[in-house]
Write a protein that binds this ligand. Structure first.
Ligand code: ADP
Ligand code: ZN
Length: 635
């Protein structure tokens, strides 16, 4: 019998299972149901792909992402796995051919959208073949409270009734207790075994910076830290998506827009280019990203505050699936808080709904304003305990907290005075003008230079005052009026600060934001992890080779090989097929297909950088030939 470990080595070219993969696969191969909570990049796919290969019949994978099915199938086909999909983008003839393959037992994996599976004709059709298992990918789509809710997922409870003896595995990268419970309940997975992994993503560096001039800050971040890298930039509105994509393009950085307001063909084309080109940046609303399994997304940047920690973690989790160093960067400012609070006030739904939105926002704000390790706080949100990580901005450049009680009182009492005189119609900018004693036209108009607090705030700069206002808002000591003008008002808790009963502490922004340690090559191309100087040119040559191989076949570069594989090839420089097969990510099919080309390329590279001291290049070429003729001559 083919074992799971065999399959891991032979098909996928991997050495060992990661985390709980072995147990999950064992359980499903044995016919058990499973709920798998694992972070993005944790290796969920293998948990259903290997059982699909090991068990008799076809693994039926339910995925909401029709646009990505082709890529998923291509990636499996490149490994020699017999995979196909059925969806509405196919012609009747194409569908008929896939159906035929399934019925004659020629498919290992079959992808279906949920709406198709729940059609009676599909269920009858599946019954005429042999089903190895059902995998329900992105299982959090069943949660009505989450932002990815798909009504069709609710109908998947029928799997249990119709095929009680076929194992089901539900997988998601959403970690909250509530989603977890909903998956179990709505998919009727009451008897399933639960596998909950740590949600830590140690290769992602989390950083949150004060927002000042967001576009300029983004440009600086990209130029200094991620030149030539692929990444995602999230913006709140469609308009800012388009503006930002234009701005980057004007500045010589290849960027594409993506939001729900664009015509479907444009969205599809931009998504395909992002997946296929190396070093393209996607500027998008949160409509983009679910199911994107591009492994080499090197950064995720947020130009606006996400609405919840859950959403933020999902979005940033799309960086660094390949395990190589990546950055999650968020620029956050006073205006974000004002805007989000206002959006909640104006949102439809009842008071309970607004309270829920507020709780989500407050957790996100607490993350932004913490002086503790960001990762610790993130993981705590998901109920996980962790030590300070050493790879987030607060760990790298510790932020101090300071006693801000007096400035808080000054600001709050300005709010009180404005209220008395003018019925609270002034935003943060005007408050700060008053505190700094600025004689602006508005100050003149309303004679606010007569206020007792006029000019009493000279101890702080304008950005510092903005920080005070922002943090008072974040802490619920100041609120945004629902008048639609962003007017600031007191809250029930403000009085205790004004009377001196309650002290207030603020985060002091570090002078300079933390940077990831020098990880760049001169050409600006990212150098993954700790590649040695000798391996670097080889890695670049392999990347070039990969780009042309991918282009020839019309698939994304990562379908040929992941960066991690190229990196290992460059470091270890195998000289035989046997050595090749020990490289991570080189399975049987890929070795047969590309092995000779790669060995040739590596040999040529050795030739290029062999020290020329022997001058007689004939000699070194001879030496090389010997090496590549005899697979075992090295080591
Ligand atoms: P997820 O679906 O959980 O986000 P994937 O299944 O896409 O994660 O896996 C993330 C990356 O890790 C992929 O590049 C995958 O090939 C790789 N991977 C998964 N399992 C292993 C393993 N046991 N050994 C080496 N690489 C693995
Ligand atoms: Zn940390």
């Amino acid at each position: 019998m083919v074992t799971a470990l065999d399959t891991l080595h032979r098909v996928f070219g991997y050495e060992a299972f990661r985390g709980e993969q072995a147990e999950i696969i064992d359980h499903v191969v044995g016919g058990g149901d499973a709920i798998v909570l694992m972070p993005t990049g944790g290796g969920k796919s293998l948990c259903y792909q290997i059982p699909s290969l090991v068990r008799e019949g076809t693994g039926v994978v339910i995925s909401p992402l029709i646009a990505l099915m082709q890529d998923q199938v291509d990636a499996l086909a490149a490994l020699g796995v017999r995979a196909a999909f059925l969806n509405s983008t196919q012609s009747p003839a194409e569908r008929a051919s896939v159906e035929q393959q399934y019925l004659s037992g020629e498919l290992d994996v079959l992808y279906l959208a949920p709406e198709r599976l729940t059609m009676p004709a599909t269920a009858d059709f599946l019954d005429r073949g042999k089903i190895a298992l059902f995998a329900i990918d992105e299982a959090h789509c069943v949660s009505q409270w989450g932002h990815d809710f798909r009504p069709d997922y609710l109908a998947l409870s029928m799997l249990h009734e119709r095929w009680p003896s076929i194992p089901r595995i539900a997988l998601t990268a959403t970690a909250t207790e509530q989603t977890h419970a909903e998956i179990a309940k709505r998919l009727r997975l009451g008897d399933a075994r639960h596998f909950v992994s740590s949600f830590d993503r140690p290769n992602i560096q989390y950083r949150i910076v004060p927002k000042d001039q967001p576009q300029k800050q983004l440009l600086e971040f990209l130029r200094t830290e991620h030149p030539g890298d692929a990444g995602i930039v999230y913006c709140l509105s469609r308009a800012s998506v388009e503006k930002t994509a234009e701005f980057l393009t004007e500045n010589g950085i290849p960027a594409l827009p993506y939001h729900a307001g664009l015509p479907a063909p444009v969205r599809a084309a931009n998504q395909a280019r992002f997946l296929r080109d190396e070093g393209t940046i996607m500027v998008a609303t949160i409509a983009f990203g679910m199911g994107i399994d591009k492994p080499d997304v090197r950064f995720v940047a947020h130009l606006d505050l996400p609405k919840s920690v859950e959403g933020y973690y999902q979005e940033t989790g799309r960086a660094g699936r390949d395990g190589l160093p990546s950055t999650a960067w968020l620029a956050y400012g006073l205006q974000d808080v004002v805007q989000q609070r206002r959006m909640i006030d104006q949102s439809e739904g009842d008071a309970a709904h607004r309270r829920r939105l507020t709780a989500h926002l407050d957790a996100m704000l607490a993350l932004c304003e913490t002086v503790e390790c960001r990762r610790q706080q993130l993981l705590a949100y998901f109920g996980e305990k962790a030590d300070a990580c050493g790879n987030c901005d607060t760990c790298l450049t510790p932020a101090e907290s300071w006693d801000g009680t007096v400035p808080a009182q000054k600001l709050l009492s300005t709010v009180v005075r404005l209220k008395r005189e003018r019925g609270q119609k002034f935003g943060a900018g005007h408050l700060i003008d008053i505190l700094l004693g600025r004689q602006t036209p508005r100050v003149d108009q309303y004679r606010h230079d007569d206020l007792a607090t006029f000019g009493i705030g000279g101890e702080l700069s304008e950005p510092e005052w903005r920080g005070v206002a922002r943090q008072l808002l974040a802490q619920g000591l100041l609120a945004v009026n629902s008048d639609g003008y962003g007017t600031l008002v007191l809250t029930d808790d403000s009085a205790a600060v004004l009377s001196g009963e309650r002290a207030v502490r603020f985060r002091r922004e570090p002078e300079r934001s933390a940077r990831r340690p020098g990880n760049r090559t001169k050409s600006g191309v990212s150098k993954p992890g700790s590649l040695s100087p000798e391996a670097l040119p080889v890695f670049e040559a392999l990347r070039e080779w990969r780009a042309s191989a991918a282009k020839e076949q019309g698939v994304p570069a990562y379908v040929v090989f992941h960066d991690a594989t190229l990196r290992e090839l460059a470091e270890r420089r195998p000289v035989s097929h046997e050595q090749l097969s020990t490289i991570t990510g080189v399975g049987e099919v890929k070795r047969e297909r590309y092995g000779d080309e790669i060995l040739g390329l590596l040999a040529a590279q050795s030739d290029v950088d062999t020290p020329r001291s022997t001058a007689g290049s004939a000699e070194s070429i001879h030496h090389l030939r010997e090496r590549s003729d005899d697979p075992l001559s090295m080591e």
